[in-house]
Design a binder for this molecule. Structure first.
Ligand code: CA
Length: 469
């Protein structure tokens, strides 16, 4: 990774730079993995996949034991994270289709992204990896507050550059998007990528931090690992001779590649003396789809796409050296939406829209000992499924299926007590009814409606005439 050279350059520069106080517009790094299981990090007890890099965030800061995302699949979860708002408030209820001609297929322009927000405080902003918030030219990263982007617009991607045979303009079907060449700043990347995708994103992350070390920066490092397809290099596979199941072995290798990247990024922050000026969040965008990628959500019930804990409670940790205690495990529920609110408070910029998250810092320093949230909510519009989490309860309602769990005592959601406690059910239902009033119907057709969408938009991937000129 050419680290010694970069370090030589940058250490030289930083010696002369005046350092900002740690609390003056601290840098923000959000590391998001894709479809990683709750159990598949060392700080949540993983035995077969060591993650010493990621675990450093936990030992430098806090593990959120009840850390949630706002949805159980990629797209809507990312829309929540990047706006700090429940995504159903603006109709982002489904995974978007890759639809480069459709300005409604993605994050509506009414929404302010975390990058938009931090630009107001003169941050340099970058996103690496998976975007998945719209492929129309009006919705791409550089139109949504990001100065820099290196990655792909689709909901997933293959990992070996030799399999990237298409330009974005050559895509003719939804999953062609997995084979596109990478995009840099919304144009085809000039240099042909040669690295395994996860390594490429890690390399770019180091480069971004090195180049912007003197100014406040926000880096959104959205790895697509360990989302399917399961693909890893021998370098990482060779670490897992002890795992027999080939799927689990490859998954482990993919997680290990991310872990190397995270470790290298933390090394760089340390070497540049940026640790006290930088918040680092690590989380997965949803729970593990255990059958697809051999992830492990133990001891949680369920997996990606459902509202049992295995779908929405994720590995989640954060560090801010010198400002929050180290090595703590925080039990009260927090949610990915809190990242936006925390950043907004620390950068001292007012968000454009009403937020659903809270600034976590006073809770982590002990200044505020209350739980950050009275309740957290989820909606799956197409299934008419709702869920709510309060301090001691978790309820899921889906037509005739109704579940209520004493979530503190029954982490694995094994004992449905809904028929035993009608009063509690009614009180929680009332909260859900109240919350529902904030929400909109879906703004676009989703991944499962690919064929329907093609019927309605037969020219979906046809290049515009102007582009043919
Ligand atoms: Ca995902």
């Amino acid at each position: 990774m050419q680290k010694p050279f970069i370090l030589f350059l940058l250490l030289g520069l930083s010696a002369f730079a005046q350092k900002r106080p740690a609390t003056d517009r601290p840098n923000l790094i959000v590391i998001l993995t894709d479809d990683q299981g709750y159990a598949d990090v060392g700080f949540n007890g993983s035995k077969d996949i060591p993650t010493p890099g990621i675990d450093r965030i936990a030992s430098n800061g806090v593990v959120f034991e009840s850390g949630y995302v706002s949805y159980a699949v990629c797209g809507p979860s990312r829309a929540g994270l990047i706006t700090g708002r429940y995504q159903d408030r603006f109709g982002f209820s489904r995974n978007p289709l890759l639809a480069p001609k459709d300005p409604t297929m993605g994050l509506p322009l009414s929404e302010e992204t975390l990058a938009d927000l931090l630009k107001k405080a003169d941050y340099k902003t970058g996103v690496l990896g998976k975007w998945h918030l719209g492929a129309h030219p009006s919705l791409t990263p550089t139109k949504r507050g990001f100065d820099e982007f290196y990655g792909f617009l689709e909901g997933g991607h293959r990992y070996f550059p030799e399999e990237w045979t298409l330009e974005e303009s050559q895509v003719k079907a939804q999953y062609d998007g997995y084979r596109t060449k990478l995009t840099r700043n919304d144009k085809p990347a000039e240099n042909e990528e040669t690295d395994y995708l996860t390594d490429a994103l890690s390399r770019e992350a180091l480069d971004f931090v090195s180049r912007h070390q003197e100014e406040p920066f926000f880096l959104y490092l959205a790895y697509n690992a360990p989302h399917a397809p399961l693909q890893a290099t021998d370098k990482y596979l060779s670490r897992f001779a002890h795992i027999e199941d080939p799927k689990r072995k490859t998954y482990a290798a993919m997680v290990s590649a991310v872990d190397d990247g995270v470790g290298a990024l933390l090394d760089l922050l340390e070497e540049l003396e940026l640790e006290e000026n930088t918040l680092v969040f690590f989380l997965s965008d949803n729970g593990g789809p255990t059958k697809d990628n051999a992830s492990n959500n133990a001891p949680l019930r369920g997996f990606k796409s459902d509202f049992f804990e295995g779908g929405v409670r994720v590995p989640f940790a954060m560090q801010w050296k010198g400002q929050i205690p180290t090595g703590i495990r925080y039990e009260h529920p927090v949610i990915s939406l809190d990242i936006f609110a925390t950043a907004s408070a620390l950068a001292q910029v007012k968000p454009k829209n009403e937020l659903d998250g809270v600034n976590l810092i006073p809770y982590l320093t002990g200044k505020n000992s209350n739980p950050p949230h009275q309740a957290l909510y989820w909606r799956n519009f197409d299934r008419n499924r709702f869920a709510i989490r309060t301090a001691d309860s978790k309820m899921i309602l889906e037509q005739e299926l109704e579940f209520l769990f004493d979530i503190q005592a029954d982490l694995s959601e094994s004992k449905n007590v809904i028929s035993l406690d009608l009063n509690r059910k009614n009180a929680l239902s009332e909260k859900i009814e109240h919350w529902k009033k904030l929400l909109q119907d879906p703004a676009f057709l989703g991944l499962l409606e690919d064929k329907e969408y093609n019927k309605l938009h037969p020219d979906r991937f046809t290049p515009d005439v102007a582009e043919n000129d």
